[in-house]
Design a protein around this ligand. Sequence first.
Ligand code: HEC
Length: 134
Amino acid sequence: MKATHIHLIWGTLLISWIVYLGVLLAEPVKSESLLNQTEQQGKQLWQKHNCQSCHQLFGLGGYLGPDLTSIQNKIPNLDAFQILVNTGNQTMPAYNLTPQEADALYQFLLAQNRPGPITPLNHKADLNGWISKK
Ligand code: HEC
């Protein structure tokens, strides 16, 4: 194969890649949160207090404390949750959460185990790989 052919192939590949990248980056990233406002506040508290350093969600996080993905199976109501988190234990510090904060955090954790609303019936895969509403 001649050197010019190789240059042509590489040139075509490079130009295709640049065009593809341009199309990909021109599309704004959509971030529809599936969390409501209270749950989002809970998420911020989860991050602020670094609960993830000891607890996992979906198996990701620290391993000092238990996985909290399906918390409602173990802690059935907000009162129990609030007492637990505000009392702490030998390993976990006691957090001074207000009832409103405890509620937000509990709602955030409950939301983790909620079935996702995305079904192939009302969503489609875009050319760039994003999933969007029909
Ligand atoms: C320093 C580590 C650490 C941090 C940080 C931490 N926890 Fe814990 N947590 C633990 C440990 C360890 C346990 C288990 C104690 C036991 O079973 O005796 C626990 C237990 C719990 C439980 C009870 C779970 C169950 O299955 O009984 C809840 C709920 C909980 N933590 C929530 C939180 C929240 C919310 C935060 C952040 C605000 C947090 N934890 C931060 C260590 C931690």
